[in-house]
Design a protein around this ligand. Structure first.
Ligand SMILES: [Cu+2]
Length: 135
């Protein structure tokens, strides 16, 4: 009888440890991803990276200013993907991508010439733009 009780305690402890480790890892990964996906523009190793967060209200920020003539990548980080925000597309920049929650989709758009480039969700409810100015 005593032995059975000990096993129950051991299993309970194991379950608690599993929950703590799994929860910590899940939370840690999400926190890390969010930390790495701050909206805005950074230039790293000569590459300009524009990070845009996709959420239920659209794109954050909706307008981003970029410099021309620098290799450029657009990083769409999906905070949430409703049916229509799951797709992001731009005719001008020639891409069509499917997004996944808590994941980044990085699009290499090369060196851009000055101008305004628009992109939108699958059905065009949400729109965003990139303003490329002369470096
Ligand atoms: Cu939409």
């Amino acid at each position: 009888m005593k032995k059975k009780f000990d096993n129950l305690i051991l299993i309970t402890y194991l379950l608690i440890i599993i929950v703590i480790v799994y929860g910590g890892a899940t939370f840690g990964t999400k926190y890390y991803r969010e930390l790495m996906n701050q909206p805005g523009v950074v230039i790293k190793d000569g590459v300009q990276i524009a990070t845009i967060i996709v959420n239920e209200v659209g794109y954050e920020p909706q307008t981003l200013e970029l410099k021309s003539n620098i290799p450029t990548k657009i990083n769409f980080y999906a905070d949430e993907t409703a049916t229509c925000s799951r797709q992001v597309t731009s005719k001008q920049l020639d891409f069509f991508k499917t997004l996944y929650v808590n994941k980044s989709e990085v699009i290499d758009v090369g060196k851009l010439t000055p101008g305004t480039y628009k992109y939108q969700c699958g059905m065009g409810m949400h729109t965003g733009e990139l303003k490329v100015i002369t470096e």
